[in-house]
Design a protein around this ligand. Structure first.
Ligand SMILES: [Mn+2]
Length: 343
């Protein structure tokens, strides 16, 4: 499987125009940088990179004109709806993913996913990318970056051969106590900010820092990332304050409303509050036009939050973390339902 990826990358010529689309998280940025370095080592001068969330993938692809690129590389992000776009573009395409295995790609797509070999394997894309690409250019010096991407995705056991040199822990429970984890948190803050146009930090700047660093410490001490880390902390505190200011508490239930473009900060805030108050059901409602995006967390949950959200508000999710969407006119009903059933 790794060899199929190497054959694909080796086939890239200096004259090829390459598009790399990677997930907008630490694993995605790390694997994007590894692929960028590998592709450029082959002399390719025209490489465009785009960071995307899952929902944005199809939009990015549908804006690409037929004939605009010769090679498309998609990392740590995949959705069935994108198949038709891969087919429309018809160019050499590789998808490296580690989420649920998909099937039914067009013949122009090379699909790499460790779960094809072992459905239980948990190997993030930066781990796979490093294993695949270490024979290309400077990638061999970037093992630390693959470790950083993998740690950020909570990998441990299945990546131990790569991680053991970079983190000194015995079980995955100790992961959040490592320096590597701290670096991944600061980097993720910078990545979140880079999706907000007014923040003056671009995805390209972040990628440049990663490609030009020699170790995790270089990343966090770089001007771009250290400034972004500071800005993120400020913004995070503001969003959290807004949540509490617009909150109602009844029994075990906390419902808070935020209205901010920093939506991904909202989902970090709700997780954080739920960890601080493990016995509380925490609902964060993020306003978007006349809709509210609901993120629910309940660490010591006696009920299945995902089923609760599915039953009443056509949402879904897991036992401890769920989500959904309601309209403004449903807000009063939503609060009443949540308080009366869960408080
Ligand atoms: Mn990932």
């Amino acid at each position: 499987m790794l060899e199929a990826g190497r054959v694909f990358v080796k086939s890239i010529k200096a004259s090829d125009r390459v598009l790399i689309i990677h997930h907008a998280d630490v694993d995605g940025f790390a694997s994007g940088a590894l692929f960028d370095l590998a592709v450029k080592s082959l002399g390719a001068g025209h490489v465009d990179m785009r960071a995307s969330d899952v929902e944005g993938l199809k939009d990015i692809l549908s804006q690409v004109k037929t004939g605009e690129y010769d090679v498309v590389i998609v990392l740590d992000i995949d959705m069935p709806a994108a198949n038709s776009e891969y087919e429309r573009l018809g160019v050499r395409t590789i998808i490296v993913d580690h989420h649920m295995v998909r099937a039914g790609y067009a013949p122009n797509v090379v699909y790499v996913n460790p779960r094809l070999v072992n459905p239980e394997a948990y190997q993030p894309v930066s781990y796979v990318a490093y294993k695949m690409l270490r024979g290309f250019g400077r990638v061999a010096d970037m093992e630390w970056l693959a470790a950083l991407g993998s740690v950020a995705d909570f990998a441990f056991k299945d990546c131990i051969d790569l991680l053991e040199k970079w983190i000194d822990i015995k079980s995955v429970d100790e992961l959040t106590g490592t320096d590597m984890w701290e670096v991944s948190k600061v980097l993720f803050g910078a990545i979140i900010l880079s999706s907000i146009p007014s923040e003056n930090i671009s995805a390209r700047q972040i990628t440049d820092v990663l490609e030009n660093s020699k170790n995790p410490k270089d990343v966090v001490t770089s001007e771009v990332i250290s400034y972004a880390g500071m800005r993120f902390n400020e913004t995070y505190a503001q969003v959290k304050e807004q949540f509490w200011k617009n909150s109602e508490v009844r029994g075990r239930v906390i419902i808070g409303v935020i209205d901010t473009p920093y939506r991904r900060i909202g989902s970090a805030v709700v997780t954080d509050i739920s960890v601080e108050r493990k016995d509380s059901a925490v609902f964060l409602l993020s306003r978007r036009g006349d809709q509210y995006r609901v993120s629910a967390r309940w660490q010591n949950s006696p009920v299945h939050l995902g089923e609760f959200m599915a039953k009443h508000f056509s949402g879904g999710g897991h036992r401890n973390a769920a989500g959904g969407s309601i309209s403004e006119s449903q807000l009063a009903e939503f609060k009443e339902r949540v308080f009366s059933e869960l408080a």
